[in-house]
Design a protein around this ligand. Structure first.
Ligand code: GLN
Length: 456
């Protein structure tokens, strides 16, 4: 009740949700009755989970922030949602996002702009801005987002919460509306590392409905938080941390760099050795990412043809029905991506763009692997700045893309990364939260969570 009351009070100012469930209290009371009767309830009993609106929910609309899917309610739950429900979790509602996850501010939603709870004149980040704002303002205990190029980590940084992007393949993508399938993952938000880890544990594991989900066993990510001793003076003794040199270059706000350097000192106090490590291919991540993500999206979004799902624009003739539905259904950023991707994949340009981007991706993957062979964890900022003003980058897509520099490489390499608050910005964004990104080896979420828990 207290969460719902806060949600109602804050929502007019924040606009984090596209849909709020009307069954939350009934579900909570049912669980309460079960407990009173000493019946078994799952480990997530009563935990409120907000779900990004590009993740399918059977009883609630799922629009991906697009007019093309306005009024669409899927006939099934995404695997991650099904697991949460089976463990007793309660879906509070569906959160706002940049249309189909394409954007970094949540201004790209066809329906509303979400505000940052720290300063409502600023963006919450994106594309999972609604999920980050909902947890930051305690409208929900935890939430699910999706991360194709940073969409969990950058909004976590902007909203001062914990964001966890798992290894590609750790969590089933079944029911996550595809943006760029080789990069997309479902991730978790919480107000603590433990909360994010417990939620990740709940949704992880192989799923026969997603051929790219891994068969690797999922370690017990949830119970390690009680076993770590916080009383030792150097609990992280012997841990090798690499601070990625290229992420502290010019172009990164001074307040961000100083918060990250202070975080590095804190890690040293905890017993880690922190050294700078150079990843020369780092700046290639952005162009490679935008070619690959746009190319895959141009293929994935061809399913929204005005016939199969959502909104249909009536027309006398099939081709006009396709064209009118898309022209009216998609926003400008989505159209830009589809056009860019179609161009990059076309016969004459495939080798010059798509193939080349894939080659760069291999170089990036190898350089991260080499750095992680030498270090337990790599660290960097989660974004080059703190949250900026609503409207500031809206008409400058390249400036917005440039803000993804800290996060896209991790998706290209398929690695897990944890973002957690580590300080506050200075100057014009004084007092706004800054997030530290910790990047781990593939499938080593356990180490990230353990270190993150001690750090916070
Ligand atoms: N901002 C990036 C993009 O627009 C990342 C988005 C995401 O991770 N979904 O593609």
């Amino acid at each position: 009740e207290s969460f719902l009351a806060r949600l109602r009070r804050t929502e007019p100012h924040l606009r984090s949700f596209l849909h709020v469930s009307d069954a939350v209290l009934t579900q909570a009371r049912d669980l309460d009755d079960k407990l009173r009767r000493n019946e078994e309830v799952g480990p997530l009993a009563g935990v409120l989970v907000a779900v990004k609106d590009n993740i399918c929910t059977a009883e609630m609309p799922s629009t991906a922030g697009s007019r093309v899917l306005e009024g669409y309610t899927p006939p099934y739950d995404a695997t991650a949602v099904r697991k949460i429900k089976e463990l007793g979790g309660i879906v509070v509602g569906k959160t706002n996002l940049d249309e189909f996850g394409m954007g970094s501010t949540t201004e790209g939603s066809a329906f509303q702009v979400t505000a940052n709870p720290w300063d409502t004149t600023r963006v919450p980040g994106g594309s999972s801005g609604g999920s980050a704002a909902a947890v930051s303002a305690r409208q929900s205990m935890v939430s699910l987002g999706s991360d194709t190029g940073g969409s969990v980590r950058q909004p976590a940084s902007f909203c001062g919460v914990v964001g966890l992007k798992p290894t590609y393949g750790r969590v089933s993508r079944f029911g996550l509306m595809a943006y760029a399938s080789s990069l997309d993952v479902i991730g978790c938000f919480g107000t603590s590392v433990a909360d994010a880890g417990i939620l990740l544990h709940a949704i992880s594991g192989h799923d026969r409905l997603d051929a790219t989900s891994s068969k690797r066993e999922v370690p017990d990510l949830a119970s390690q938080f009680v076993s770590i001793s916080l009383l030792q003076s150097k609990p992280l003794k012997g841990l090798k941390i690499g601070l990625i040199r290229e992420t502290l270059d010019d172009g990164v706000d001074i307040g961000v760099t100083s918060a990250i350097r202070t975080a590095a000192l804190h890690l040293e106090e905890l017993g880690c050795s922190v050294t700078e490590v150079s990843l020369p291919s780092f700046s290639l991540g952005l162009p490679a990412y935008y070619v690959i993500a746009s190319s895959e999206s141009s293929s994935n979004l061809s399913r929204y043809d005005g016939l199969r799902y959502g909104n249909q624009v009536a027309a006398d003739e099939l081709n006009s029905q396709y064209m009118d539905s898309r022209a009216k259904g998609f926003g400008s950023e989505v159209k830009r991506r589809i056009l860019t991707g179609t161009y990059a994949l076309s016969a004459g340009y495939y080798d010059a763009y798509y193939k080349r981007a894939q080659q760069v991706r291999t170089i990036i993957r190898k350089s991260f692997k080499a750095a992680l062979d030498e270090h337990d964890i790599l660290i960097s900022p989660a974004a080059p700045s703190a949250a900026y003003k609503i409207g500031e980058k809206k008409n400058d897509p390249l400036a917005m893309y440039a803000g993804d520099i800290m996060t896209v490489n991790v998706n290209l390499a398929g690695l897990p990364a944890l973002v957690l608050p580590c300080g506050y910005a200075e100057g014009g964004s004084a007092g706004l939260p800054v997030g530290l990104q910790m990047i781990g080896a593939a499938f080593d979420e356990e180490k990230l969570l353990g270190v993150g828990h001690i750090f916070e």
